[in-house]
Design a protein around this ligand. Sequence first.
Ligand SMILES: [Zn+2]
Ligand SMILES: [Zn+2]
Length: 779
Amino acid sequence: MRLIITEKNNSAQKIAEILSNGAATEKKSFTVPVFRWEDADGETAVIGTGGHFVGREFPQEKEYKQWKLDLIPGLIDAPLETGPIDGKKNVIKAVQKEAKKADSLVIGTDFDREGELIGLEALEVCLDVNPDLEPTLKRARYSALTQEEIEAAFAHLDLLSYPLAHAAGARQDIDLFWGAAFSRAVSLIAKAYGANFLSVGRVQSPTLGLIVERELERRAHVAKPFWELFAKFEHPTGHSFEAHHATDKFWDKAEADAALKGTVSPGVVKSVTSRKSSSKPPTPYNTNSFQVDASSRLGITPKRAMDLAQDLYDDGFISYPRTDNTIYPDSLPLEKTIRSLVKIKDFAAAAPILEKPLHPTQGKKFDAAHPPIYPTHALYPSALEGPKARVYELIVRRFLATFGEPMVTESTRADIEAGSETYFVRGKVVLDPGYAGIYTYARSADEEIPALEEGQQLAIEGAPWLVDKETQPPARLSEAKLVQLMDEQGLGTKATRPDIIQKLYNRRYVRNHPPEPTATGIAMYEAFKEYVPDMATSEMTASLEGEMDEIADEKMTKDEVVDDSRKLVHKTFKDLLEGEEALSKMIWEGMDQDRILGPCIVCKEAGRTKPDGSPNMLRIIRAKKSGKSFVGCSGWEADNPDSCDQTFPMPQPNFYEVTPFEENCSVCHRTPRVFVKTRGRAGRPWKLCFNDDCPTMVEMREKKAERLAAQEAKKKAEALDAEEAKKSGKKPAKKSSKKTSTVAAKIANPPDLGTRRVKKAGARGAGKPGAGGSAKRKG
Ligand SMILES: [Zn+2]
Ligand SMILES: [Zn+2]
């Protein structure tokens, strides 16, 4: 029997279907689907592993589990072990049951380093029960789950590449001890434990650096005022138009005023010039350009874009989405693919590209492993749901555009003299959309101007006017730009970049879109930059990335690279210890700043301030004894009964993400408001005002009561139905258990926080103490 092992259940099914001509049948073995058929070559079974079987971990001894600074050097040198991944027992059993009966083995996992490593793990699992399989091992490499690709892959079986698998293994090991050593060290130094530990990663920290550097540039920006001058000219057609002064920006107000004064009606058209320009069609998508495009054209984050592309690949609709390649290999059935795509109405506009020989564009990167991302199956985007449809459409349109003609535009500029001053007006019209006819995202709206002739006189409508503006700081980096910068600096791989950005959000080093660093994120980066520069910048991590490539190219061994990395981690850890005190202080101050929510209105009304006159602030405090978080006022002093004892219970950060929304609620103006979201769950956050009497909170409670009442009524009705049915001997009508998809239903029920009351200034001790009220506080 021949055993084929793939990465996903989905690919196992597709491969079985294709190779068996639809004859394969599915049967569960230890709950894992196994696809089987028999043909002239005998019996074949296909199983999908669902990813890795085993993971790397530290030895079980206590010294690797305890979080202590003096244990970290030992942690860095720990002999790493291989352990089973939770929930993989069934898969291992199912694979081994087949392996015992098998006389040959084919690995058909995804064609990349990670897939090679999973293949190696699968081999080891099989050899445990049937060592005779080793010499029979073959590898099937394919880039798309299509008939042509799969048949070709199985007709030309290859061998498993150990160097590729070891390159992936090296990354696993290095990231494990790197992340563990520094996350523990930095958390210990900054005294941040439990769910609030500070995560530090080899790629993650320099990526945070890119975001923070831009933020610091923005903060250092000093706005400089400037003026722009406009005039409106009348036109015989009745379409008057605005023109801009020939001086782009006036930096001196007096000069701007003089130009305004010197403008005299009517203006005379001095020159009209037109220029045609053409823009080339775009190059084929690789992972990076696809992520950037999905983000900028569709507003989908790189992480989400990759997840959706992976789904489309698993469905057999597009080729493998992890590729560096931007040049179509000769083997691709380009014409056939285009022919089937243009039959779909949405893409019919591309049909003319088949009228001439195909000359697709090419990018600079070539990679023999995978083709650029292209559609492998033609279908109506409307057959797919929401964002998946948009991503599929983007990939199809981009693919078709690479065969398109250039887009030709004409821009026209007219200069108009009015008194001593010159104004200009510019228009831009698309003459031939070319590739942008199908790749519609690239086409911008026409800016038309009325027909003008040299010497034509135009009266000025009303008075010319000045607009005062100021220079803007550089924009924050979008996630697309970030992925691009990471690629340029060798940070991470095409497969890992989106996840790394997501981690920065999960650890609360950044928030909002585009990512904006929190005070903790900024402090951490600045502390690293000062004391442990290797962790703040991309050089070291990029050079390691290069060494991993050398493993794949058989120029270095996995052990050499891992050892090199251990040496670097030891040196970096030493730097960290040397800066320990200052580093701790910097990070601690950053975290402290992130805890501040807004000013305490009660103190303000009572005239209480900090010694320096600044307002007392409400902030998140963690009770030492219970470990519970609550909101308290910085004006509280343990031994002063006249100090502020405002406290509010809050959703516990272990279970909820709490992020600032308003320093002072825009509805009740009594307390800050925050966003709250259940950790690890999708859906929109809800807004929480700490003032229980706030109209927004009253409304939320009413809605919750309504929901509960409706649920109760439904339950009762169902119970009644069931009873009726029992009496009449019929089965109860099945009620749809589908959940409603309204926004309200997506927002998890807000946690019940007990009573929160904002005390009136002076009315001391009137309210009930909140959940944290009795907790010992440490300011
Ligand atoms: Zn207060
Ligand atoms: Zn409010």
